[in-house]
Design a protein around this ligand. Sequence first.
Ligand SMILES: [Zn+2]
Length: 289
Amino acid sequence: MSPVSVIGRFAPSPSGDLHFGSLVSAVGSYLEARSAGGAWLLRVEDIDPPREVSGSARRIIDDLSRLGLEPDGPVLYQSSRLEAYQHAVNHLLEKGLAYPCTCSRKDIPASGIYQGTCRGGIAKGKKPRSIRFRVKNGKVQFTDKLQGQITDSPAGISGDFIIRRADGLFAYQLAVVVDDEFQAVTQVVRGADLLDSTTRQIRLQEALGFESPHYMHLPVALSADGKKLSKRLQADPVKHQDPAFAVAQALQFLGQEPPTGLSLDTLWKWALEHWSSDLIPHRKAILQN
Ligand SMILES: [Zn+2]
């Protein structure tokens, strides 16, 4: 692959079939990268086997392909990246930016914010369970292309957060940061339900010496009762829909106005020529009927 200046990605977890919510992220990340002459990569976030649905990674990739969404380059599986995650954890431990924690779930207050119990070392006779990242105090600020300027204090959202779990699995926050760097991703386009995670990821990028990508958080589709649409539509995965219809629905959700009745090929041609992120509603969620 020749070097390109813009690299976007779509990173589904194989916990079910492709549904409308994830299709919106796929279409948004694809068009934002490709319309700028960039590359679009696909990463399967399969680092949490207990939550995996057997065969869903393959089905997601096949569905994307049927919808005309072909990645530039091979699919990256996070399950093949465990050494890199361990390397990052070791690096943070060596620099004193991470530490072992003996606390179990029942030791964490209802707020979910870790109080730093093991920050200064673990109590005698206790066995380390997880590894936590030492979150620097203070605010993190970044400009989201859609949501505007975001200021958050990651210490206040989660406190020191887990990067390697008690069961030995690596945490999403760590893996995503290590892989965005590994894949040289320059722009992260994803659902606004992950907006909260971003300042934690920026803190990790700082600690690991990585440059932060640009961020654009798309509105999430909610059903009228406020639930994530993905849950409700599980019964009606994208694979049961006509590909051109499914892509047109996602484009409309993102504020684009494709002409009706186009074939899949013509629709993508239209979308690449007319894609405008300015038209995407600047909101975190949109209710759908
Ligand atoms: Zn602890």
